[in-house]
Design a protein around this ligand. Structure first.
Ligand code: DAK
Length: 259
């Protein structure tokens, strides 16, 4: 059993692993230890066939207030050179299963970048999204300049990153940053219901769908279409595809095994 101090890792239920950021005294600021634990928990989740989807949340009041500013302040050039955080971010980026973020309250800086590493964001109406790094004389360092512009377009990304201003959940929804907005007390419940729905699908199809969608950010359309075609063909060899089709024809619910 892995022991964690900065995150809470629940027992998986119905194929969903809930991971909660748990540094309330620092508004869930993403210190290196927290990122390391998240990296480790995701590595275990990636290997565990009982886990089909990971649900990531903060507390009821804050998702995460960004990188740990106190820790960052203590890093000199050599400290930054040895910094392990980029490796942890890489691991989060490469997590192969669906990752859903349930966001309540502040979701700022590195916290917003973490939410943007998720495949789907479900937010409470109390969520506040922002990239306030500019107020510290820095810029986003975990992909914010790249992912935010892809999520919401140039003008709003520029406004958020250059001004440090926040937006609320409804604006984030209309901009395409989040997939769904709920009452704050229902955020986790709603995100969990979505996670359970996804967890019932074929794990192989989920993995390939995620890979294909993410590849659209990296490659020209022709290459993305080629990847999709090959993934589609690959799935023809899976038992899950047979099961999905048989279940439809037999008018029953499919039971996907990941084979
Ligand atoms: N880091 C460290 N401590 C933080 C913190 C943070 N980001 N945010 C809050 N805290 C601490 C406060 O210092 C305070 O500690 P004590 O004074 O009690 O010891 C405690 O949490 C409570 O904070 P507040 O009193 O301020 O709480 P409020 O509820 O009034 O306000 C707030 C909540 C989230 C609005 C406020 O705390 C705030 O503005 N926090 C800072 C937000 C911010 O500027 N975030 C951006 C940080 S820069 C990189 C990857 C990523 C990044 C950089 C590099 N690489 C891989 C290279 C990302 C950079 C950032 O995110």
């Amino acid at each position: 059993m892995t022991a964690y101090s900065e995150i809470l890792v629940d027992t998986p239920q119905n194929g969903v692993q809930l991971i909660r950021l748990n540094r309330p005294q620092a508004r869930n600021a993403l210190c290196t230890a927290l990122l390391g634990e998240l990296d480790a928990a995701l590595a275990l989740a990636a290997e565990n066939d009982d886990i089909r989807v990971v649900l990531l949340s903060g507390s009821e009041k804050v998702f995460a207030a960004g990188a740990d500013i106190k820790e960052m302040a203590a890093l000199d050039a050599v400290g930054l050179w040895k910094d392990r955080r980029p490796q942890h971010w890489q691991a989060i980026r490469h997590f192969p299963k669906p990752l859903i973020a349930a966001v309540n309250g502040y979701c700022l800086g590195g916290g917003m970048e973490l939410a943007m590493h998720a495949d789907i964001i479900v937010a409470g109406t109390d969520a506040r999204f922002g990239q306030p790094e500019i107020n510290l004389g820095i810029i986003p360092g975990a992909g914010g300049t790249q992912r935010l512009v892809r999520a919401v377009g140039k003008s709003l990304a520029m406004k958020l990153i250059l001004s440090g201003q926040f937006i609320g959940a409804e604006e984030a929804l209309s901009a395409g940053l989040v997939a769904e907005v709920t009452q704050p007390e229902l955020t986790l419940k709603r995100a969990n219901a979505l996670a359970e729905t996804i967890a019932g699908k074929s794990p192989i199809a989920l993995r390939l769908a995620k890979e294909a969608i993410l590849s659209s950010f990296e490659s020209p359309l022709s290459q993305g279409l080629e990847l999709e075609r090959k993934a589609f063909l690959f799935l023809a060899a899976s038992q899950d595809r047979q099961e999905g089709i048989n279940a439809f024809l037999e008018k029953r619910t499919p039971k996907f095994t990941g084979q």
